[in-house]
Design a protein around this ligand. Structure first.
Ligand SMILES: Cc1cc2nc3c(=O)[nH]c(=O)nc-3n(C[C@H](O)[C@H](O)[C@H](O)COP(=O)(O)OP(=O)(O)OC[C@H]3O[C@@H](n4cnc5c(N)ncnc54)[C@H](O)[C@@H]3O)c2cc1C
Length: 428
């Protein structure tokens, strides 16, 4: 392969992360090829089916002190909000142990929250800008986000994590029952207390937004190649290009943004990184007689309720499992049952319902991996965004662009370095 194109950068994966990165690189004058085997924003991508929350409050990692006590339940209740697929346990055990360790002390949780805050604090504004640049203003709605509790005591029980959000500078309004009704008139009266994140935003069509970004970039000159990357072509510590199903591609830098499929590429570039699937589900009711102007996260269900262009969506559940294991649709039923409990108008009617399962690409410490490969400085990682990939994609793209330009990143990037997982083991 020749290195004819000195500024040609390939981006593996056209999910929200790959597209945000591509957009940023093009703005800096690079020639970009996106390689994606599916349709950008299609059902294969986590970016299609997520909860659509763009929340500065999403700084709290999943791993928490005392979580290990729930391990038996995680293993034995396959429809619990957080579970591990028993059959995959042997393979996932190292990841699970690292996950339990990552948040086993309050100080560690606080550190992660402050790190994630770097990516999330201005996420609504960054998406509003991106939507405007790509002609999709209507898809990013800055109408706030509501976290709903049965009562004030339920919120108090989670007080530590809400104080931590306040420490991070997240602006919050406490809502009594009357204010809650104003914001979400269809919500069941059993919810009597809420926290409004007035600066929060949501995306009215996550898959459509990604598809629209891809169209916008192609119109601006990006190449979108429908192909599957098989591996990196490396020689003497430099990148020569990519090996793809449809043939080779030469490039001088590559950004790995292939979501859950990213780890094998990182291994080739010298890093054995602990990426696992926290699988999640959604149900979407096309004909719901409920419209949420402000999306709601009922805290007893830990799921995002949001009105999208496709209908009323409930997205959530964490199932640590092999990415390609068959879906457990009973989990989608749990989401539906909770939705019906939360919105009385949904009860007792047949629904025009769609169900979806997808893989959150997750690192055990809840931080994405953004940084250079240890075995080849031409390879940049942008994956592992877990629960916050939609919200944190624009900030990720800024860091990647800074790294490629050789600038000191404008955002603190060290916490996201692949080096935090230990010494590199060398390409395999
Ligand atoms: C149920 C659920 C709810 C969620 N809710 C939220 C939320 O409310 N807010 C939020 O911020 N985040 C949320 N997330 C997380 C968010 O969706 C993900 O973090 C984010 O979509 C990850 O984006 P990505 O671009 O890294 O990966 P993906 O969207 O998965 O995209 C990766 C792309 O890479 C492509 N690819 C794979 N292999 C190859 C290959 N060999 N060659 C080329 N391309 C390849 C895939 O086809 C895919 O299109 C949620 C996730 C789930 C599952």
């Amino acid at each position: 392969m020749s290195n004819l194109h000195s500024k040609h950068i390939a981006v593996i994966g056209a999910g929200i992360v790959g597209l945000c990165v591509a957009e940023r690189l093009m703005a800096e004058g690079h020639r970009v090829t996106l390689i994606e085997p599916g349709v950008p924003g299609g059902e294969q991508a986590a970016s299609y089916g997520n909860g659509a929350f763009i929340s500065p409050a999403s700084v709290i990692p999943m791993s928490a002190p005392g979580l290990w006590r729930q391990v038996p339940k995680m293993l034995l209740d396959p429809t619990g909000a957080l579970s591990v697929r028993l059959r995959d346990l042997p393979r996932l055990l190292p990841w699970l142990l690292a996950f339990l360790r990552a948040g086993n002390r309050p100080g560690k949780v606080a550190r992660i929250a402050h790190d994630l805050n770097v990516l999330l604090k201005d996420a609504p504004a960054r998406h509003a800008d991106l939507a405007a640049r790509s002609g999709q203003t209507a898809l990013i709605r800055q109408s706030g986000l509501l976290y709903a509790f049965r009562d004030r005591a339920a919120w108090q029980a989670e007080r530590r994590s809400w104080d931590l959000r306040a420490d991070c500078g997240v602006v919050m309004e406490q809502c009594d029952a009357a204010r809650l009704r104003d914001l979400a008139p269809d919500l069941a009266p059993e919810y009597g207390f809420g926290i409004l994140i007035s600066e929060g935003a949501h995306c009215a069509d996550p898959g459509g937004y990604v598809a629209g970004l891809a169209r916008h970039l192609v119109a601006a000159g990006a190449a979108l190649r429908q192909d599957r990357v098989l591996g990196l072509d490396l020689a003497a510590g430099r990148l020569r290009g990519l090996r793809c199903e449809g043939g080779d591609l030469s490039c001088y830098r590559v950004v790995i943004a292939a979501g859950i499929a990213s780890a094998p590429f990182a291994r080739e570039a010298g890093d054995r990184l602990p990426l696992a699937a926290e699988r999640g589900y959604h149900v979407e009711i096309a004909d719901a007689p409920v419209r949420l102007d402000v999306p709601v996260m009922p805290q007893d269900g830990k799921m995002a309720n949001v009105t999208t262009r496709g209908g009323l969506r409930a997205a959530g559940q964490v199932e640590i499992a092999a990415p390609d294991a068959p879906p457990n649709w009973a989990r989608a039923d749990v989401l539906l049952a909770h939705l019906e409990r939360s919105y009385p108008a949904l009860r007792g009617r047949a629904h025009d319902l769609r169900r979806w399962m997808g893989c959150r690409p997750s690192m055990p410490d809840g931080r994405p991996v953004i940084g250079r490969a240890s075995g080849c400085a031409d390879v940049i990682y942008a994956f592992g965004h877990g629960h916050i990939g939609l919200a944190s994609a624009p900030a990720t793209a800024e860091i990647v662009a800074d790294l490629i330009a050789g600038r000191m990143p404008r955002r603190e990037a060290l916490p996201f370095s692949p080096a935090r997982f230990g010494a590199p083991r060398g390409p395999t």
